[in-house]
Write a protein that binds this ligand. Structure first.
Ligand code: NAI
Ligand code: MG
Length: 373
């Protein structure tokens, strides 16, 4: 990944595994692929994308009893990146669909860093009265391999009658797991203007795991003297997202806290329909996965009105990871022009369809002959 074009002049071909999944995943992923196709066409033969499409998801489950093929991870392993839509559909319990596909890939490939940028785009109104693109620009870095989503626990532990059911759900925090995600957050902060990392825990109530996290945070922080640090409790942090978003830069937290805070951030930035995310293996041992933060949205699926911006912003994150930062920036500029011009889907108060927003982004990218400068 990030390789130079082939020496013999042939285009460098990136292999992208495409998993649209369920509901609006099927509607927004094609818009992201159109953007990739346009970039390849405009690259003057420097690079190309090859897509391997996988029809895994809840329909596949209905037909086979599995969310993905038994050898699914082996098939994905050779990809340069995985482009994922969303998973989940009424009729399949959400824990079955999530564990059977999204978590199976994230955890199976040890994509331990989940990165979710929060930015207010031009032309979009935040529910926060005073928010501007300048005051809303931060990144949630979510631990993505252990914590509260480690899947450790059990039900009932014996024959228990109705009304006496019992469940245990444990969280797993390892020193290694804390250290690598916190280090990732510091490395990311170093590339940003503000250079600040805020650690989010609940160490007052969770006296074992979160205190271990705090200890590791202090140790890692000492290696980055040029980065400002803060430690906040998650409940206070939820309030701060709303009250002082201008003070945030890189926010690092556990799997559960990062999940919740990033949805809050997306809502503050205008809609779930614009929030992008990357599930990264920073060591590049195996492919990383890029997906919009939102789910399959059964309430609007099939109507052609899902916002494709999240899926297209996700493509920009993928391009960065593939070593195509200029192309990633081109996509972000095209998104910003589109929102600034007011081409918006109903979730943002507009009347445009999914495809119309995709068309507008492509138009803002320029043509293959006259690409966006
Ligand atoms: P959701 O994100 O699918 O929808 C929440 C609300 O946001 C809905 O009102 C929906 O219409 C709206 N919304 C989401 N994305 C949108 C877009 N691109 N454009 C316009 N509006 C958008 O979350 P929900 O309803 O809690 O879950 C639905 C299903 O998705 C469930 O089966 C859940 O398990 C699954 N899910 C999957 C995720 C994943 O694949 N990573 C993440 C979250 C939920
Ligand atoms: Mg979530």
């Amino acid at each position: 990944m990030g390789r130079e074009p082939d020496q013999d002049g042939a285009p460098r071909t990136y292999r992208i595994a495409v998993i649209p999944g369920d509901g609006i995943g099927q509607e927004v992923v094609p818009e992201g692929l159109r953007v990739l196709d346009r970039l390849a066409a405009s690259s003057g033969g420097r690079f190309a994308f090859r897509y391997d499409h996988y029809s895994w998801g809840c329909q596949y489950y209905a037909e086979t009893g599995r969310m993905m093929a038994g050898d699914g991870l082996d098939r994905l392993a050779g990809a340069d990146a995985i482009y994922f839509g969303a998973v989940g559909w009424p009729g399949v319990p959400d824990h079955v669909s999530l564990w059977g596909l999204r978590l199976a890939i994230c955890q199976g490939f040890d994509q331990y860093a989940c990165v979710r940028p929060v930015r207010l785009l031009p032309g979009i109104e935040s529910p926060l009265r005073h928010a501007t693109p300048e005051t809303m620009d931060w990144v949630v870095v979510r631990e993505n391999s252990e914590g509260e989503y480690a899947g450790i626990g059990g039900r009932n532990l014996g024959d228990r009658p109705d009304g006496r059911n019992l469940a245990i759900q444990s969280a797993l925090f390892t020193e290694h797991g804390c250290e690598r995600i916190i280090s990732y957050a510091f490395d990311l902060a170093r590339t940003r203007t503000r250079r600040k990392v805020t650690s989010v825990t609940k160490s007052n109530a969770q006296q074992y795991a979160m205190v271990l996290w705090d200890e590791v945070f202090a140790r890692v922080a000492a290696e980055y003297p040029e980065v400002e640090t803060e430690q906040w409790l998650v409940d206070a942090m939820a309030a701060r997202f709303v009250l002082r978003p201008d003070t945030l830069d890189v926010v690092v937290g556990s799997n559960l806290f990062g999940d919740i805070l990033s949805d809050l951030g997306s809502a503050l930035a205008g809609s779930m329909g614009i929030a992008a995310s990357a599930n990264l293996d920073p060591e590049r041992r195996r492919p990383s996965m890029f997906e919009p933060v939102h789910g399959s949205a059964p309430d609007i699926a099939g109507q052609g009105i899902a916002n494709p911006i999240a899926a297209i912003w996700t493509v920009s994150l993928m391009l960065d990871h593939l070593g195509l930062p200029a192309e990633a920036a081109t996509v972000m500029r095209a998104i910003e022009r589109t929102t600034a011009a007011g081409t918006l889907t109903p979730d943002l108060g507009g009347t445009a369809t999914t495809v119309e927003v995709g068309d507008a982004v492509l138009a803002a990218m320029g043509t293959p002959d006259a690409p966006d400068a």
